[in-house]
Design a protein around this ligand. Structure first.
Ligand SMILES: [Fe+2]
Ligand SMILES: [Fe+2]
Ligand SMILES: [Fe+2]
Length: 420
């Protein structure tokens, strides 16, 4: 069990928010800005839940990954189908927080669940009214709606935004909450600080330094759960390879176990497997899922993803020791890989494991920009590239792991046939 602190959690949640906000390569700063506005409102209210309010802001739309931006932030004039999705995202967000994130974050799940309730009881998911809606959820809603208003182009003047909130008193919001929002925005000219998207990370950084820091536990189990949330977000975006990150994690783990590596290294390669492609959050879906050949520019965009994976991992202290293990998965021993065309001696052994696991799964799971081949063909290729592109020990172990899988598959098939 590793003892760490609330700051380490905040770092992880900020990067989850970042990966969500990077959707379609447009840093919308949505989750970050909602967190910053909500935090400042909580501060003015002297709330004891400042940490939870900030986390709620970061995570409120986590259940909406894979949807387009529009469906997350608009609740009027949309199709029934999209309304269904919107209704579900609050419940899904709460579910992910409760199931996959540490127990200490439990309160956040409730705040997030009710962030689309309206003061007059016409919101969702439960139609709560008045102060039956937790105050923290009301705060998130106001911050959420303000962010939406700030992102409208052409820009809406401040006075019109205030008017919009005032006009919705007793419908969407309580009078107290609207004055809290306006007071927050007027204090120290916070409105002008927060209105420009590009300035949001700076505001958030200041908040980060003023948040309380206390000890919290973070074991391997929890770390793994957090990495699965990242992996789910990425895989949801990449329809052709649903489950890719999880399979790379599993293959990497099995290779490391076969090679009898120590338990810490086994965990490291597994976590790196889940996280290796998180940089793909910045690659637009139309490139990721493109059926035809990629243009040189599109290829360039795709090839940038390991750099972003490493940038994101570096921002979370609990993942600092897997940065290279995850980020070097497209490097090759003969220096022909990317992003840095590293020579063999610069590629750590654990990274070589994830490399082979990634190639094997990419070849056998039908990734569109590579040719789909049978498991046997994939193994033949990997074996042929032993000591050229791939590490000999990692290849040997991958062959064993994959052969075990093949044997299991044919045994399952036989059993299935016997049962028919
Ligand atoms: Fe939402
Ligand atoms: Fe939102
Ligand atoms: Fe990759």
């Amino acid at each position: 069990m590793i003892i760490t602190n609330s700051r380490a959690y905040t770092e992880c949640f900020m990067q989850l928010a970042n990966v969500l906000d990077l959707d379609e390569n447009r840093p919308s700063y949505h989750s970050l800005r909602v967190a910053a506005i909500a935090y400042k409102m909580g501060e003015l209210l002297n709330s004891k839940n400042l940490q939870e309010i900030f986390w709620s802001g970061l995570l409120h739309d986590i259940g909406a990954f894979g949807y387009n931006d529009f469906t997350v932030s608009t609740s009027e004039s949309i199709s029934v189908l999209e309304k269904d999705k919107i209704f579900n995202h609050t419940i899904k967000s709460a579910h992910i927080i409760l199931k996959e994130l540490p127990g200490e974050v439990g309160a956040v799940a409730e705040f997030v669940k009710y962030h689309h309730e309206k003061f007059d009881g016409t919101g969702f998911p439960e139609g709560l009214a008045g102060n039956d809606i937790p105050i923290c959820s009301q705060i998130i809603k106001l911050a959420d709606d303000l962010d939406t208003a700030l992102r409208i182009i052409p820009e809406i003047p401040k006075k019109d935004i205030y008017e919009m909130f005032n006009n919705n008193i007793n419908r969407e919001y309580s009078a107290e909450m609207v004055s809290l929002l306006i007071e927050t925005l007027e204090k120290d000219n916070f409105f002008s600080e927060i209105e420009m998207g590009a300035y949001v990370p700076i505001v958030v950084n200041d908040i980060l330094n003023s948040l309380p820091c206390y000890n919290m536990f973070l074991g391997a189990d929890l770390l793994e759960k957090i990495t699965t949330v990242f992996a789910d977000i990425i895989d949801a975006k990449h329809e052709a390879t649903l489950g890719h990150s999880g399979r790379v994690a599993a293959y990497s783990q099995h290779i490391a176990e076969f090679l009898k590596l120590n338990p810490k290294d086994i965990i490291k390669v597994k976590l790196a497997g889940f996280m290796h492609d998180i940089g793909k959050a910045a690659v637009p879906r139309n490139i990721l899922n493109k059926r035809d050949d990629l243009s040189p520019f599109e290829l360039h965009v795709i090839k940038g993803h390991p750099v972003l994976t490493m940038d994101i991992l570096k921002k979370m202290s609990v993942f600092n020791d897997i940065v290279e293990i995850a980020g070097y998965h497209h490097e090759r021993l003969n220096g022909s890989g990317y992003p840095n065309a590293l020579p063999a001696e610069s590629i750590p052994f654990l990274a070589r494991i994830v490399m082979v696991a990634d190639v094997y799964d990419a070849m056998t799971s039908g990734r569109r920009y590579q040719k789909f081949v049978s498991r046997e063909q994939a193994l033949d290729y990997i074996i042929a590239q032993k000591n050229v592109l791939f590490d000999a020990d990692a290849v040997g172990a991958m062959v064993e792991v994959a052969s075990g899988e093949l044997k299991k598959l044919s045994a399952d098939n036989l059993a299935k046939r016997a049962g028919e």
